[in-house]
Every structure is written in C-alpha cells, then in structure tokens.
Design a protein around this ligand. Structure first.
Ligand code: HAM
Length: 489
C-alpha cells in the first residue's frame, strides 16, 4: 500500500472511528497472534478458516526433552506426547489427530506384521511424528472476535457498565487463493457489543451503525441481507431436518456438498454451484423451524430495523462460515467487486464467551473487509482522497530562502500541505515541479517580494497571479479552501 492510496485507507479508518465513536464504541487493539486453541475452539474445527486457512506455527520456547523414536521404543514417545497435551505443554489441536493415526499404525504393525515393521512403515511413522507440534501452537489471527472475547474475560469486562462496545482495525490472515478482493493478509474494521442483554434493538443498532458508516463513505450499491439461524434449542432440530432433506438428493449434489451433509449441512446452503441451486431452493428453510423465542427475536430485529429506516432483504441461506453464530446473521455487499462482493459480515454469538471460560454473556458484532471497501470506492471514482500539495514555494536568493522557510512553517502550522524545495531553483523549473506535484498554488518569493512584503501567489489551474500581503496569506488560503470544498460537496 502506497501513497496516495494510503490516504484513502486513512480516510476509511478515520470515518469508522468517527461514526463508531458517535455510537459509544471505544477502540480495542488485540494482538496479531494468539494461542491456536482460541481460534480452534471459537470459530470451530470444521470451518474452512480453522481446518485449512490458518497460519499456524509452533513456538519453540517450551521445548521438551523428547526420547529417540526407535521402534518399539517410541511408544514412550507417544506417552510423553499425550501427557504433554494433558499438561498443556503442547497443543491438543492437530496433535491428538496425529497421535490417533500413530496408534492405529502401531496396532496394524502389531497385528499384521507381528510387531516387525518394514522400512516403509517406519518412514510413514516418522513423517507423522514430524507433523506433531512440539511447542506452544500460535496462529496469526484469522479474525478478531475470538480475541475480543478472550480480552473481555481476561480483563473482567463484565464488571464494566453494559453493554461493552468495542471496535478494532487491523490485519487478519487466512491462507486463501489470492484473487481480486481476497488476500492472505487483509484488513478488517470490526465492532463487538458484549453484555447481559440480547435485546433486538442492539442487533438493529449495530446494523444501523454499519449502514450509516457506508453511507458516509458513499460506498456504491450497498445491500444488506439478514437472517436468523436459530439457537441451541431449535437449530439442531432444523439441522437434522436439513440433513434428512439432503440425504434424499445426495446423488445430485457435488462432492463438497455430499461431504458437508455429514460435517456441516448448513454450509451446503452457501453453495455457489449452478446445478445445486434448484435443489437447495426446495430444502427445508430455517425460518419455518425457529423456536418461539427465536422467531420473536427475529421479528423484533426486523421491526427495529424498520424503525431505523434501514433497508434489508431476507436471505434464508445466509448461514455464515464460522461456528459461533446464533440467531441474527447479516451480510452487506457493495458494487464493483465481482464475486468477492461481501464487504461486511456479522451476527450474534451468545454463548461464545462461556465457551471460552467466561461468564454468561450475550454478544453481537461484525467485521468489514477494508480492502474490498477501498476497491469498491476506487472503482466508483470515490477514491481521490489524495490532495497533492496546497502550496509550492518557489524561492530564489538567500534572503528569499529565509522568508520561504518562515512562510512554510506558518502555512504548515495552519494545516496546509506545503512543498519547500531545499535548494534554489529557477522560477520556470519551480513552477514545472509545482505542476507535477499537483499543487494548487505556487507562492513566488524573489528579491522584489521579500523587499516589498507583497508576495506573489499563482493559481496553477488557470495561471492567474495576484499580489498578496504576507499577513493576508493564511486567511486567503483558508477561504479559498472552504469555497472549493463547498463546491465539491
Ligand atoms: P467474515 O465473514 O469471516 O467474518 O469476514 C468479514 C469480512 O472480512 C468479509 O465480509 C470480507 O469483506 C472480509 N474478508 C474475509 N476474508 C477476506 C480475505 N481473505 N481477503 C479480503 N477480505 C476478506 C468475521 O471475520 C467475523 N469475525 C465477523 C464478526 C464480528 N462476527 C461477529 N463479530
């Protein structure tokens, strides 16, 4: 990211700070990496994010004294690995799967080969062991909701006046195939509301806030979709219905969806495969199977959105790819992005804090894909935040240099963007430079100007020139700036 585009990034972030501030949100800055287990537990093992997209590495700080692994001695090795998992010295995540595989291999060696493995078997075993994570397992954050919840618990935020409203901005990491709008390091602007209440008014206000923010940015073609995916009571029953429905049409589905019938049937609803669309349309819909409480909550969220004049579409297939959601889910799309057009995703996640060892807490939040917001703004021609320079100071002569330095200081203190050439330039060259930098004005300081105190100000757009008293300059530029920003509005 380079200037002038970084200027747009700053504007997008600054606007978020301003808008979120007006809704009472304060900034949290969670760390870039966390124990792997935090993400595995909160986002869920069967999700794409956890199962294949996390940048995970073993921190070697807590190295153990591992015995050699000669057969059959390495059974000791497995015992040590297992006790280390129990003590928390090495992570359960990934390791317990590998140990299961090693044990299965050993059983088959004992049974089929009479305890005499051949070379191939030993190589296979060795490879499995090499995959073990023998240190603390850390992960570059793929999202920040889990970290915010961890911080909430660690800092006893349940004692603060509820609800606690936090926002964050920063890089996230997911191992995905890079393409337009999808990166391995990307940036999110997110917010979370945590506390004792799950009042639908909270859901609606959070959604209103994002929509107000996008309106302020003039993000083009913004569309909001909402859904309710039920709770621990009604969702499992619906999932079973869905699974049964999917079983009936299994043969017509692609391999991914077939696999998901077992692992995570809700994710089938996310399918973009052309030939699956008609089939999915006929499946049972969650909206018809919500329990009374969830149905009431959802109806009230919609009423509260109406009260706030927030326009939305309902999409019963909006299930979101992370396991912690319940009840309200939502997604916002914008124009100019092709297939990666979701600029914001979020939802309610009551129960997540408890899952992570905290007190009973309700939660809802969202994250905006900042990269995509920027792309969409640029595409719509709303990206020209870069203003070049306000004033280029063209000076000649030693006396003029002193005046130029003082003038630059005064103008900068008044907030103008000033370019002061460090060495003397002929006026013609200086004006050429000013043009190239996109300056609005050139302040011309030669011997005459210094002597008379009447400076020359050239408007570069039309080449007009006027004399201006030193004391008048800041006032004049301020007024000119105000006029031009009024005009562009
Ligand atoms: P998410 O839907 O995984 O939700 O991500 C939110 C947004 O981040 C997406 O809509 C998209 O704009 C952007 N995004 C995701 N992956 C990438 C990528 N590889 N490249 C560029 N942009 C990307 C969450 O992360 C949840 N933590 C949101 C949340 C907060 N739910 C409750 N609180």
């Amino acid at each position: 990211m380079l200037p002038p585009e970084t200027e747009l990034w700053n504007r997008v972030e600054q606007t978020a700070r301003e808008v979120f501030g007006t809704y009472g949100f304060g900034e949290i800055r969670p760390p870039i990496f966390e124990p792997t287990e935090l993400f595995a537990r909160s986002i869920g093992l069967d999700t794409d994010v956890v199962s294949k997209e996390m940048y995970t590495f073993a921190d070697q700080l807590r190295e153990l004294d591992w015995p050699e692994w000669t057969y059959p001695d390495f059974k000791r090795w497995i015992d040590l690995a297992e006790s280390s998992i129990r003590d928390g010295r090495i992570p359960r995540f990934r390791n317990s799967d590998i140990i299961d595989q090693i044990r299965a291999a050993v059983v088959s060696i004992e049974k089929d080969l009479g305890g005499r493995p051949d070379k191939e078997d030993l190589i296979d075993l060795r490879e499995l062991m090499d995959q073990m994570v023998l240190g603390e397992s850390l992960t570059l954050r793929p999202e920040a909701t889990a970290s915010v919840c961890r911080a909430y618990i660690e800092h006893n935020m349940q004692q603060l006046p509820a609800p606690v409203k936090l926002y964050y901005t920063g890089p996230m990491f997911r191992r995905e195939r890079p393409q337009k709008g999808r990166y391995r390091q990307f940036y999110q602007i997110g917010a979370e509301v945590l506390g004792g209440s799950d009042a639908p008014g909270i859901d609606a206000e959070v959604i209103e806030m994002v929509m107000v923010y996008f309106a302020k940015l003039e993000l083009p073609g913004v569309q909001l979709e909402i859904n309710s995916i039920g709770c621990r009571e009604c969702r499992p029953k619906y999932v079973e219905l869905l699974r049964a429905g999917l079983q009936k049409v299994k043969d017509k589905l692609g391999a991914d969806s077939q696999r998901r019938i077992e692992t995570n049937p809700l994710r089938v609803l996310d399918s973009k495969l052309e030939h699956e669309q008609a089939i999915i349309e006929k499946l049972p819909r969650i909206g018809e199977h919500l329990c009374a409480d969830c149905a009431e909550h959802y109806a009230e969220v919609k009423r509260q959105l109406d009260l706030r004049q927030v326009k939305f579409e309902e999409n019963w297939r909006l299930v979101r790819g992370l396991d912690y959601y319940m009840r309200t889910t939502f997604e916002i799309t914008a124009r100019g992005l092709g297939s990666q057009n979701a600029v914001c995703g979020g939802g309610r996640y009551d129960g997540l804090i408890e899952l992570l060892g905290g007190p009973p807490t309700k939660g809802i939040g969202f994250a905006i894909g900042e990269d995509r917001v920027i792309l969409s703004l640029l595409e719509a021609g709303k990206g020209n935040a870069a203003e070049g320079r306000d004033v280029y100071i063209a000076w000649m002569g030693e006396k003029a240099q002193a005046t130029a330095i003082a003038a630059a200081r005064t103008l900068r203190e008044a907030g103008f963007r000033v370019e002061l050439p460090p060495v003397e330039q002929k006026f013609g060259k200086a004006l050429g430079q000013a043009d190239k930098l996109g300056a609005r004005y050139a302040l011309i300081l030669g011997e005459d100007e210094v002597a008379s105190g009447e400076w020359t100000l050239k408007t570069l757009a039309d080449g007009s020139q006027k004399k201006i008293a030193k004391a008048e300059l800041v006032k004049f530029l301020r007024e000119a700036k105000r006029d031009s920003s009024l005009r562009s509005e």
